[in-house]
Design a protein around this ligand. Sequence first.
Ligand code: MG
Length: 302
Amino acid sequence: MTISSLVKLIDVGPRDGLQNEKSPVPAEVKIELVHRLQAAGLQEIEVTSYVSPKWVPQMADNHVVMSGIQRKAGVRYSVLTPNLKGFEAALLDQPDEIVVFGSASEAFSQKNINCSIAESIERFAPVVEAALAAGIAVRGAMSCTVGCPYEGEIAPERVAYLAGLLKGIGVQRVDVADTIGVGTPRKVQRAIEATLTHYAIDEVSGHFHDTYGQALANTLAALELGVWNFQSSVAGLGGCPYAKGATGNVATEDVVYLLHGMGIETGIDLDKLIDAGVFISDFLGRKPNSRAATALINKRAG
Ligand code: MG
C-alpha cells in the first residue's frame, strides 16, 4: 500500500473538542468557528451533538448552532446522535452525516453507558436504519481501540468484533479512535488492520490523541497502511474525561503541517486554520494547543 497523495481531515473541534471544555461557549462563537474552519478549507466538520442537555450542557445549543451555519457547498456537516430521540431532533437540522459510537472495551462500555458492547450497538440499529432511510450518511466512532482506562491494552480481535457489529447494523464508515492516547504506531496499525476485516480502506479514519506525544507517529503509521481520512481538532481543543491529565485530540494544525511537509494535499490553508485556532483559543483565554501553530505564530511575530 502506498501513502495517499490526498488526505481528508474531519475537524471535530466544535463537537468532540468543545464538549470537553469546561467554560460555556456561546452558539455564535461556535458558528463563527465553523465558518472559519470551512473558510480554511476543511471539507468535513463535526458540529455538535444531540444528547440530553442534562448530561452535556455544552451541546444544548445544537439546533441554534446547526441552523445558524451558512453552509458551504461541498462541506459535510456531521453530528453525534446517541439515540433515536437525538436523531429525530438532529433530522430537523438536516446534517449530512450522523455519528453513532461503540467501544472496543467491554469495561468501558459498561462503566460509561451501563450496557455491553453488543447491547449498545443493538440500540443504535434503529437510529442507523432511520438515518439511511432519510438519505443521511452514517459514521461509527470506535473508542478505546488500542487501550482502555479500565482494561488496559485492547486486543485487535476486540476491534474486529466491534467493527463487525457496526457493519452488521449498516454503519457505512468507522473511526479507529485511540481515545486515551496510549497507542504507539504498531499497535495502532494492528487496530486498523482488524477494522479492515470488515471495512474497506476508504471507509476507515484515524482518530488519535496526543497524551503520550504519539499522535503524529500514529498518523504516519496509519498513512502507511493507506488510511487517508483522519480526525483532528483545531487548536487541539478538548481534553479527555477518562484519563487524568490526558490531552485531547491531536491538533489539526499539527496534522496539516505533517501532511503538507510530506507533499500530501489537504485543501487546507494552514494560515487560515491557525487563525481559526487563535480565534477559539482567545475566547477560551489560552494559547492554541498545537506545536505547529505555536511555532508559526512565533515566526509571524518575529
Ligand atoms: Mg477525541
